[in-house]
Ligand binder design. Structure first.
Ligand code: ADP
Length: 426
């Protein structure tokens, strides 16, 4: 009963209560041997008549290639027989053998997970062998698919977990950044108080003690006043930088045409005085952000374009990319920036020039990047020395729910950056 000829490819577990059918199956499979040998197909049949015995064998040896199952066994009947086999050995294909040609039963056994069914009475050898082979292939594919599905599910679960960890880390980082902004803001704010006092004393000394000071004393007092002024600008920029981080997520609908018109109106006198030109080419986009902050971005980029410029006629052009109308560029004909400095200029208080050459604090571009990124966008540049600089920023489209915001008058805290950026170049 358990004989296993050498070269056997498929172990068949035949669970058949009817001895006549069992003999027939064995005969058909051994007759098929001749034909199948050509393709290396041989069957070793293990025959049992009772379900319990079959379940024991399946538990012992889970290596059967296929189960041929009669549903009418002495110890089990009907579709339940099939489900008990499936519970024990889910990865083995099952072909149900029935004595009757019953379509309803056929459907039920397929729905219960059998690979196929065969009516014993009209069984022929070739059809039988082909059905077994197809059942094995179908089951193999099904098991493979299931394995893949489990792997995909496991990968999805891993990715979800990693995403959750990343979200948690981003939140922690965000919180730490906010705390740092708060701390810097408070520290800067508190520093301004004594600084105002020192400036006031400088003023008093200049006015009331001028005749008591010699030239050296006056010069030193003047240096002190200049240093106070500079420190005041640095603190103002630090405060501006922190305030950007304190603005709740900016998601208004902002028309950059309106923002630019408002801004250029404010800057017009200073631009003219400098003998410069600032042109808007075409239509600027409507974006998601915050009008006042985006005004600051443009103000900083325009003022830099005019400031870092030795051209007798400084020119700044504002427009959008032909192939991406939501990417805005601000192009100048100034001194340009070597490639190796393209990243470092976005670091706070990092400057490429001394103050004697170009006035400034080195905070402008850091603020620009912080604003653009807080609006969900990004900023970058293209430039070479002596060939001008082009700064680009890309912002997301407004959401349907985004409220429309008109550009407002720049508030007091950005007045230095927005209201007189060109003045920075003095
Ligand atoms: P600030 O102008 O106050 O120094 P920014 O952060 O705006 O600070 O700029 C950082 C540095 O980047 C500047 O010191 C300057 O060297 C360089 N830079 C910025 N914009 C331009 C520009 N349009 N052309 C050439 N250099 C620029």
């Amino acid at each position: 009963m358990h004989g296993k000829p050498c070269g056997v490819e498929i172990d068949v577990l035949l669970i058949e209560g009817n001895p006549r059918y069992a003999r027939r199956v064995q005969l058909l499979l051994s007759e098929a041997r001749g034909a199948m040998e050509v393709r290396g197909g041989l069957f070793a049949v293990t025959h049992v008549t009772r379900l319990e015995h079959a379940l024991e064998l399946l538990a012992e040896k889970n290596a059967f290639g296929v189960v041929l199952l009669d549903l009418q066994l002495p110890d089990s009947e009907g579709v339940r027989t099939l489900s008990r086999i499936r519970d024990r050995a889910d990865s083995v294909p099952v072909i149900v053998l029935t004595g009757i040609d019953d379509d309803g039963l056929a459907l039920a056994v397929i729905q219960q997970g059998a690979q196929d069914w065969l009516a014993m009475d009209d069984l022929d050898g070739r059809l039988f062998v082909r059905t077994i082979r197809h059942a094995i292939e179908r089951k193999r594919t099904e098991v493979e698919l299931l394995r893949h599905a489990r792997e995909v599910e496991a990968a999805r679960a891993r990715i979800e977990q990693q995403a959750a960890e990343l979200r948690a880390r981003a939140e922690q980082l965000d919180k730490a950044n906010r705390e740092l902004d708060d701390f810097t803001y408070i520290a800067s704010h508190d520093l301004k108080e004594p600084l105002r006092g020192i400036s006031a004393y400088c003023e008093i000394l200049r006015e009331d003690y001028d005749d008591k000071l010699d030239a050296d004393g006056r010069r030193r007092l003047e240096s002190l006043a200049v240093m106070c002024d500079r420190l005041c600008h640095l603190i103002d920029d630090l405060l501006t930088y922190c305030r950007v981080g304190r603005v709740p997520s900016p998601d208004a609908r902002v028309d950059l045409n309106e923002v630019t018109t408002e801004l250029l109106g404010t800057l017009r006198a200073a631009i003219d005085q400098r003998g410069a030109s600032v042109e808007v080419v075409g239509q600027l986009p409507v974006v998601r952000g915050e009008a006042t902050l985006l005004g600051m971005v443009l103000a900083n980029l325009i003022s830099n374009g005019l400031k870092y410029n030795k051209n007798p006629r400084p020119c700044v052009e504002i427009g959008v990319l032909a192939d991406d109308p939501r990417t805005v560029y601000v192009r100048d004909n100034g001194i340009g920036i070597p490639k190796k400095h393209h990243e470092v200029i976005f670091t706070i208080f990092r400057r490429l020039h001394g103050r004697k050459e170009y006035e400034g604090t080195g905070a402008g571009l850091t603020i620009v990047r912080k604003i653009v990124e807080s609006c969900g966008g990004r900023v970058w540049l293209e430039s070479e020395p002596d060939r001008g600089a082009t700064f680009f920023f890309h912002l997301p489209s407004p959401r349907k729910s985004s409220p429309t915001r008109q550009p407002t008058k720049p508030p007091h805290w950005i007045s230095r950056a927005v209201a007189s950026p060109v003045g920075k170049s003095s």
